[in-house]
Design a protein around this ligand. Sequence first.
Ligand SMILES: [Zn+2]
Length: 359
Amino acid sequence: MEVALAYSPMLDAYDLGPEHPFKPERVTLAVAMMRENGLIAEGALRPIEFASAAPDDLLRVHAPEYVELVMRASGPGGLRRAQAGIGPGDTPTFPGMHDAAALIVGATAAALRAVLSGEYTHALAPAGGLHHAHRDYASGFCVYNDIAVAIAEALERQPTLRILYIDIDAHHGDGVQDMFRAEPRVLTISLHEDGRYLFPGTGVVTERGEGPGLGSAINVPLPPLANDACYMLAFDEVVAPASRAFMPDVIVAQCGADAHWSDPLTNLGVTLHGFRALYGRLTTLADESCDGRLLATGGGGYSWQRIVPSAWTLLASALTGVTLPPALAEEPDAPALRADEALEATRAVIASLRDAGAV
Ligand SMILES: [Zn+2]
């Protein structure tokens, strides 16, 4: 199947510095591997045009004073002390930061438009997925929330749209959840490592949205060492039934690959086989729920050289339906995780979601 690919090497400009773990190379290497495997071709991934998001686009979800601050901080001097989450710390300033972040937003928004226009059924925005950015502050390496801007734009164009957001990044999708917490047309579901052990600390089962959006956020905090079986269980018992009940018109999936067992920033236990199975479930769910309409973005991934390229090439394979050599998902060094306790804990989380009436 022909799949829209919103990627250009210009997106590599979102570079927080040589010592920073969030590396643009994770995207570059992933796209290179997709190309090596023949996935950027007719009948598979097709590059689409996109432009930087304009300030007015960003203002759909971001505060004007925040966008102004980012613009000011993007000059050669940067910021001497951290303000609104940017500057010395997790999300350091760099020259051209506003332009680089706005280009990522433009790519994700174009990818969602490509799906909603009916031109493509699936789209991939591998540099997107900056799910921690909030309305008026940066967080967790994320300056602008490309996903939220894309969703807000889609709702403006088509006010009756129902959008399901599924976040399988190891970290809670706090920024996206927060921006749509009172919006009944957007259901956000985040599977993530329990916030007691991992940034950003939020994403408990009782966060369910607010006001008219009550019930439009679902959180599945998974225990450390949660493995493939835990993720499949959470997907099958929470994500799939929630999607059936919500009846979305399109699914937007944040596919950060940092739940991998080797990821240096997280404590989960997913393998490449597990990612492949999850991506397969995502496309199947989109087929069942919304005539296949699915935008997948990237996200985190700190085994950036060894794992992220393979994971996202498997994602591209699931989106295009092009089969890859099985060796791509083989990991002879994967530890045989004994995860009985994690599976028990996952069952308990799902039970508490049911008790809370969240699913
Ligand atoms: Zn992450």
